[in-house]
Every structure is written in C-alpha cells, then in structure tokens.
Design a binder for this molecule. Sequence first.
Ligand code: ATP
Ligand code: MG
Length: 452
Amino acid sequence: MSTLKAVRGTRDLLPPETALWNRIEATARGVFARYNFGEIRTPVFEDTALFARGVGEETDIVSKEMYTWEDRARAQSEKTQTLTLRPENTAGVVRAYIEHQLGETGQLQKLYYIGPQFRRERPQKGRYRQFSQIGAEVIGPASAGSESPLRDAEVLEMLATLLDELGIQGWTLHLNSVGSTADRARYNDALRAALLPVAPRLCVDCQRRAETNPLRVLDCKVPEDQPIIDALPVIADSLDEDSKQHFAAVLAALDAAGVPYTRNHRLVRGLDYYTRTTFEFTHGGLPPHGASSAGTPVLGAQNALLGGGRYDGLSEMLGGPRAPGIGFAMGEDRLVLTLQAQELAAPQVPQVQADAFIAPLGDARDQAALAAINAAGLVLARELRHQGLWIELGDGSFRLKKSFEAADKCARQIVILGEDELKSGILTVKNFSTGVQTKVPRAELAAHLCLI
Ligand code: ATP
Ligand code: MG
C-alpha cells in the first residue's frame, strides 16, 4: 500500500520547532494586550461571495488561489452553498464587525487574530498552501477617530515594537499612500495612458493587467520589466489635498516616534480594498519588488514579513455601515524562518530540558510487579507535576543502563524508583551536571529537584 503524506504545500510542525511558534504567538499576544487589542476568532471557511466582494475578483487571490467548493445541501431546509477556505482574515473580521453590529458601540474596535489561511500557490520556501497569519484590525465609526492618521502611525509603531520584541533583525518598513477611491481612479487613468505605448514590451501578465487592472503592473516581479515600470507615473502625484495631508500626518507621527521607514511608490498591495496608507515590512533589506536588487535574504523572493493598509470603504463593499479601518497580516511561517536563520548565525541556546526523569525499576518477567512499579511511577510523576515540575517518566521494563541513557538525553536529573525506594520512601537522585548522587526523602523531593 502506498503511504499517505501531508498534502503538497502543507506541513507538520513538530517539537522543538513548535516551541518557537508558541514563543512568537505569546510575544504577539503580549504586545497586542499592551496596545489594548482583543482577540477575534472567525471561521476558517466563509461564503465565497465574501472574498469575491471583499478582496476583489481581479486579485490573484480570488482569481487563482482560493480553495472553493460546492457545499451540498443536507436537508430540504438548506441551500447548496459555494464556500471558500479563507485566504486572508480581514474580510472575515469586517463581516463579523457588520454581523455583530460592533459599530453601534460607537467605540473603535481593536481586534487581533492568529490562525491558518489557505491559498493555492506554487509552494516554495516561505510560501505554503496552508500558512498562518498574525493580524490585527482597528475599525470603527469615523466619530470614534477611525480615520485619524494617528491610528495608522500607532499600528505601524506597534509593528516596529512587535518585530523588535520578537528579535527580528534588519527589518524595513516600506510605506506608500494609494489615496482615496477617486485618487486611485485618476491614477488608474494616468497609468493606463502611460502603459499604452510600453505594454507590448512587458511580460504577458502585465499586458493583461495593463487592460484589466493597471495598478497590478506595479506588483510585477519580472526583472526585465522593472526599468519600464520604474519610469511610470507615481501615485503620489495623483493624490488630492486631503490624502496628501493624511499621509504627511502619518509620516510626521512616525518621525516623532523614531520609527524608520522608506517610501515606496510601487507599493499598491495585492488587495482591492486598500485606501490611503499601504505598507509592508520586509526582511533582508530588499524592497518588496526587488527582483533587480543585490543581496541574499533569508526568505529569498518571499521577503515580505507582513503587509497591510487602510481600507476605508471595505465595510460598505460588504453591505455594512461606513467604518474606516486599518490593519495588517503577518506571515507567521516567515517569522519562524527568519528567527531560525538568525539563531543559526548566533551561538546556540542550550535545549530546554525536563527537571527530572523518573526511572521505575521493575522485573520485566513479573507482569504484576511491573504494573505496580509503573503505577507507582505515574503517581510520583503526578505528585511532582502538580508541584510545577517538568517530569519525564520512564518505564519499569527498562534496565538501569537504558533508563540512565534515556534520562541523560532529556532531563537534568534522574530519580530511581525501585521496590526498595517505594518501601522506604527514600529516593535516589542523580544530578547529571554535577555527577552527584543523593538519597532524598519523598517529602523533600520536589524541593530538592528544584534546587539546581
Ligand atoms: P506575497 O507578495 O509574498 O505573495 P501577499 O501580498 O500575497 O504576499 P498578503 O496577502 O499581504 O501577502 O499577506 C500578508 C503576509 O502573509 C505576507 O507578507 C506573507 O508574510 C504572508 N503570506 C502570504 N501568502 C503566504 C503563503 N502562501 N505562505 C506563507 N506566508 C504567506
Ligand atoms: Mg501572494
């Protein structure tokens, strides 16, 4: 029979790597709490229409990357629905904001999420079909200050803090403004006109984009196209006075807070719902479209750690009230890769070990005695674990030598539990780093094991 494997583009995460994932998530939760964000958990699948409307039919995500299926009705009362595994989480959060009328509170909603997303992409390093995002959204009625450039600056400052606390070195914040819907329409026209004479020299994808969605041309990563694209008009010249002022205020607040950034005119992002501020944090110093730049970042071509922006019209696009907002999504897989690479370059931290290994010693030929000593081992492990110790439990059928070998691999001390120890209540403990062997009364065992 052929063996079954994890599906292409999906992965198992095993210890000790999962410890790193947990550390990243714990750090993120800690930072979000200090900035007064609360957690939201939305379903992993939604009505396909949510993404078609919220993310945009023309985007790569919706046009090629979604896992979509017909979900057959199971009863007369049900309708067959078209469902999709979420490729991103902002649309789901905004749907929940509308569905639960969170705008009625009159307050800003500051929500974060951590969870899997699904896109049918070509798998490669840092790019998977199931991946995890850590993201947050600030959304609310305009009267709650949701449109304020201060919100943009605060989110960006929070991200700088989070990346620093995670220990990510050498990140770059790329910043742009795509203006209002009207600004973008104006820019689209300018771009379309400028593309007309040069489009035939661009890649096939760009030739199509030049017709359907000229803004997407700016996302192109084909090296030969870069000089032509760099010479196209920039969106900053199409912004109206309000958009210009909004962006200037974001930059001024970042300058005041000492958060470094570079302006990147080509950063329009892949999703249709963005307005005004858009941003990406990359690793390795390359711009997000840096196919032509030098350097070998850890993430290769996948050097974007996170992306986000303002989406002032999204709620209305989904049939909700006006609710300006700003948010971001971080690729957790890419944070892990970056931190792993950094740790390889730095001195290795010793692996964390259990406080003690309990070695029940029995007679493998006597099933009843073996069962009794194993049960006694479990009782002792339970006692110590309840006292907060980190315990690994061996097996009564192991010989003493095998117990010592197993213990030495995963714990700092070994506790011998044989018939004699059980009767006398005095246990033998050996500390592997000092080599010292001691007799310890059971009542003092927890305290003794904590001492080193
Ligand atoms: P990219 O240009 O790398 O495809 P994107 O613009 O599609 O990124 P977003 O939709 O903005 O990405 O998602 C935010 C972040 O999620 C990205 O910056 C990246 O870190 C991560 N991400 C996106 N797609 C994947 C994937 N398939 N596998 C792993 N991480 C991903
Ligand atoms: Mg993508």
